[in-house]
Write a protein that binds this ligand. Structure first.
Ligand code: ATR
Length: 291
């Protein structure tokens, strides 16, 4: 049930997710279902790719109009773009690529950060500032990002773009310093996070893998320290309730699940692919049924 089309026609828009491995990806089912709902003449394929540049050269047919990028090709994808959105360039990775119909140029974007930031903004009680152009509820807030890898970079850039005061905490302090320097934020070693409480009402985002492994109950911050945060986001979405989010809930903080980040980036990407509003309820239901 991956596909909903009977035949590919000359004007069918072809999309795919480029990764390795790729068979596990939920994206083909999700997008094909959403394309059908929106009456969009497009398909979306799982593309097992070793070498992104070779793949793009081989499949340069104009029918291929959009790609998603996943592990481990988000950085290689960036190198293959004709133009890169400034934020994706700053993050150092793309999550999707659109072929411009007018000249066939490949434009790279990183919508991961948009998804995460929209989820946090909605959690703060506002609507996503990306969707309505209003001032972000993150503006002026102290936003602590744990981690300094790809996910943390996207969150830190996104937070900074929305006017938050970003602090990066990472196990390897050098990487926290580098990321903070790049975005114009502050940094600290992860070991100092439990003693960091300059003010109440801070926002916390975990972008490490701590809490993800099955049968571990690890958390990157003490429960006591969590009481200083009014909202806690975890980029991990398996399991849904990490220890971090359980304890955050117990301290009275608003919790935002990793699935929200996944869904929001899917909404943004759908709109980039189709130019149509995303059928959000359908995408949400389809993911819930398949996870
Ligand atoms: P991603 O692209 O998904 O962010 P990554 O680039 O591998 O993945 O980054 C993983 C992050 O989780 C890093 O910030 C890493 O910290 P280091 O920079 O010190 O490696 C962090 N991380 C992973 N395991 C951790 C652990 N047990 N304790 C603390 N941080 C951890």
């Amino acid at each position: 049930d991956l596909y909903n089309f009977r035949q590919i026609e000359p004007d069918t828009k072809v999309h795919g997710v480029i990764g390795n491995p790729i068979g596990h990806s939920k994206s083909p089912h999700l997008y094909n279902t959403a394309f059908k709902k929106a009456a969009f003449n497009g398909i979306y394929l799982p593309l097992l790719v070793d070498n992104v540049a070779n793949f793009l050269n081989t499949y340069s047919s104009p029918d291929f109009t959009g790609y998603s990028y996943t592990i481990p090709h988000k950085m290689a994808g960036l190198e293959c773009c004709d133009e890169v959105d400034p934020i994706a360039k700053a993050i150092g990775a793309i999550s999707c690529m659109i072929k411009k119909p007018s000249d066939g140029k490949l434009i790279g974007y990183n919508v991961d950060y948009l998804g995460a930031i929209a989820a946090i903004e909605e959690g703060l009680g506002g609507s996503s500032s990306a969707s309505n152009g209003s001032v972000s509820p993150l503006a002026g807030r102290l936003f602590v990002v744990i981690g300094a890898g790809g996910a943390a970079k996207a969150l830190a850039y996104g937070g900074k773009e929305k006017g938050a005061r970003v602090v990066v905490a990472n196990r390897t302090y050098e990487k926290a310093k580098d990321l903070a320097r790049k975005i114009g934020g502050e940094s600290m070693p992860l070991t100092e996070l439990n003693d960091f409480h300059p003010e109440d009402g801070m926002i916390l985002a975990n972008a490490t893998s701590v809490g993800m492994k099955p049968n571990t109950d690890a958390t990157p911050i003490s429960k006591e320290a969590l009481s200083r945060y009014s909202l806690v986001f975890d980029a991990i979405y398996t399991p849904k309730w990490t220890r971090l989010l359980r304890e955050a809930k117990e301290t009275g903080a608003k919790v935002v699940f990793g699935t929200e980040m996944f869904l929001n980036q899917a909404f943004v990407q759908f709109e980039k692919f189709t130019g149509l509003p995303a059928p959000k309820d359908l995408i949400r239901e389809t993911l819930a049924r398949n996870t």
